[in-house]
Design a protein around this ligand. Structure first.
Ligand code: SF4
Length: 244
């Protein structure tokens, strides 16, 4: 398999137990994002914006995907991502359309922070993906501000409203990803209230991750999610996956 590092947009292929071979494609400069999350692995956001831009030419990005597939075997999934929020790339919709038309067997996945879901155009573009994963860490504005440090025009109510609209319009796989930050969104009431909102949205799956997991000492056997909530959430109509 060609792992040529001359590619500008192909970030590599990874094996995933569930998805098979996943090709990651990155099309935004480091680091443009609508958020500046405290847990971001890419470092601090240097350009915090909600302005969509054509960071790189659509044909350049698509040609790389095409070349990669021609030189290697076709992956199972292509993950369209960015060094920041992927929906800020103005060519996201045309790019996924080109992939769907030219490689109909290839599945597409996107991970978004949901900040532009209030835009109908963005929801329409996302709806052409096979799998959409949206991050949502709280239903409380203050907690949202503390964790995600969004661009000032972004309000959590708008994000949640966009997510509800997306669910109504999109019939594919919608997953919600929660990142827990110790002592910020880990209170029992906070978690319960967030899961209530998520239950109303009805995703196919909810994943729970934890920022900076600490090794548990012998006297810290208890999980960050109390047994009472796990028991309650086991009866939900969708799967709750704990990566904590
Ligand atoms: S939304 Fe994603 S890329 Fe943007 S700051 Fe948060 S974790 Fe980083």
């Amino acid at each position: 398999m060609n792992t040529n590092t001359n590619y500008a947009y192909i970030k590599g292929i990874s094996k995933n137990k569930e998805f098979g071979d996943v090709l990651s494609v990155d099309f935004s400069p480091l680091k443009i994002c609508s958020y500046d999350c405290v847990y971001c692995r890419l470092g601090r956001t240097t350009d915090k914006t909600i302005q969509r831009s054509s960071f790189y030419p659509l044909n350049d990005v698509f040609s790389e995907i095409q070349n990669w597939i021609n030189q290697n075997s076709s992956p199972d999934y292509v993950l369209l991502t960015g060094s920041g929020e992927p929906t800020l790339y103005h060519e996201l919709g045309p790019l996924v359309e080109l992939i769907n038309t030219n490689f109909p067997e290839l599945k597409t996945v996107v991970y978004s922070n949901g900040s532009l879901l209030h835009c109908q155009e963005v929801r329409r573009e996302l709806s052409t993906f096979d799998l959409i994963i949206i991050n949502l860490n709280s239903d409380n504005e203050d907690i949202f501000q503390r964790i995600c440090r969004p661009q000032p025009d972004i309000k959590l109510a708008q994000v949640i409203d966009g997510l509800r609209k997306l669910r109504k319009e999109y019939t594919g796989q919608l997953w919600i990803d929660i990142v827990l930050v110790n002592n910020v969104n880990t209170g029992e009431d906070t978690l319960e209230s967030l899961m209530k909102i998520i239950s109303d949205i009805k995703p196919e799956r909810c994943m729970i991750n934890q920022h900076s997991k600490k090794e548990k000492g012998p006297n810290e056997k208890q999980s960050i999610i109390p047994e009472r909530l796990r028991e309650k959430w086991s009866k939900l109509s969708f799967d709750v996956i704990y990566n904590i």
